[in-house]
Design a protein. Structure first.
Length: 399
């Protein structure tokens, strides 16, 4: 994955203090200075065991990488270490947003860090994690009354924004490529629509969706799955909490000529009633919140007709990392997906076993397909940067 080099070394991009209040320079203080010094020591120790290099403005280079390793360039070391010391990984992300550091190969650099993420902080300090990491705000819990606000902060940004980097199907989840077609990294955006269609068809097949099937889709996206299910002759009810998605999905459904077989409702999944032969949910469980997983699966179980099938696509994480981070508030929560949390496959199986009559019958791991999907989205987004700015977003947002 690439990045945008928009910050000359030693210079700051414009940061709107109203739009990005937490990126404004913080007041100096003794406590902040002490934490910054600790951050310097921990950071340099951590990168010494990682295959990266970190370049300082005075020419000094630290890190365990060689000449071919990804390079992190510190534009403003003092600001970087102050943010890192004050706010940990949230500060690490915010310092990139503010231009305190850059990386020509951002994806490569972050990949190397993630390989060692669990061991970057010394074991004795790991025991202090609960006292140090940020806790989730109560306002981000996905209650029936709060979940729509969390969804709106991401999915209601702008349909035009998402259209700039998604393919013609407007599908915002991992595609499923034909492995034999092209080597990884050599596909183009033109391949993406077909791969998204293949992914959707596999999910519909897994849920046995056909003529006269009563289908419930939890999480509409922009309507492609509902359209393809309706073309099979199914009657589809799709629910979403995004007003922007609902509006465009309804438009696309009408343009596809299947409005008589598809309804798109602005509704929380917990408020759905009825009986369905098939229930499909694509990358929506990530927005549920771990404390609501039993409710999510119990709701699906209660809506499913006898002999019905469920097909779910989910972004998962390793079980041990899930347990260690489920109460942590992260940069992703703060800026990308408020209220979200990734399950593990073990958690899905345990929750369904303990709270429902549902059982997992088939798994398919498509992580490498997601890497390729993300690469193509990134490529398209960067190519459309000027159009992103024209929509009213700024350089901090692009970062």
């Amino acid at each position: 994955m690439s990045t945008i080099s928009i910050v000359p070394r030693g210079h700051a991009l414009h940061v709107d203090p109203i739009r990005w209040p937490d990126l404004a320079p913080a007041r100096a203080g003794a406590a902040r200075a002490i934490r910054a010094r600790i951050a310097v020591a921990l950071f340099e120790r951590a990168v010494s065991s990682v295959a990266v290099r970190v370049s300082f403005p005075d020419g000094r280079v630290v890190g365990g990488g060689g000449s071919d390793s990804p390079v992190m360039t510190l534009n403003r070391p003092r600001a970087f270490f102050e943010r890192l010391g004050a706010d940990g990984l949230i500060g690490f992300g915010e310092s990139y947003m503010a231009g305190d550091w850059d990386a020509e190969d951002l994806g490569g650099f972050l990949t190397e860090l993630c390989r060692r993420l669990a061991t970057l902080v010394p074991a004795p300090l790991q025991t202090l994690r609960a006292a140090y990491v940020a806790r989730r705000p109560r306002t981000e819990k996905n209650t029936v009354t709060q979940s729509q606000g969390n969804i709106a902060r991401h999915y209601d940004l702008s349909n035009d924004l998402f259209a700039l980097f998604l393919d013609e199907t407007m599908t915002y989840s991992s595609a499923l490529f034909e492995p034999a077609t092209l080597p990884p990294g050599e596909r183009s955006t033109a391949d993406l629509a077909g791969a998204q269609g293949a992914k959707i068809d596999r999910l519909l097949d897994g849920a046995s969706v056909g003529a006269a099937s009563r289908v419930l889709e939890i999480g509409t996206g922009w309507g492609e799955l509902a359209i393809r299910a309706a073309r099979r002759g199914a009657a589809v009810r799709s629910v979403t909490l995004s007003q922007e998605q609902q509006a465009l999905a309804r438009q696309r459904v009408a343009e596809a000529g299947v409005a008589d077989r598809v309804s798109v409702d602005l509704l929380d999944y917990r408020q759905v009633v009825g009986e369905y032969d098939a229930i499909v949910s694509v990358e929506m469980i990530e927005a549920v919140g771990h404390e609501y997983w039993p409710t999510y699966f119990a709701t699906i179980d209660g809506l499913l007709a006898p002999g019905g099938r469920v097909a779910i696509q989910a972004i998962t994480m390793p079980h041990d990392r899930m347990l260690a981070t489920r109460e942590t508030w992260t940069w992703v929560h703060k800026y990308i997906f408020p209220g979200g949390f990734l399950p593990s496959t073990e958690a899905i199986e345990q929750v369904t076993r303990d709270h429902t009559t549902l059982r997992v019958r088939e798994r398919l791991s498509i992580g490498l397909h997601y890497a390729e999907t993300l690469r193509l989205w990134d490529e398209a987004f960067l190519a459309a940067r000027e159009q992103v700015l024209a929509l009213g977003f700024d350089d901090v947002f692009t970062r």
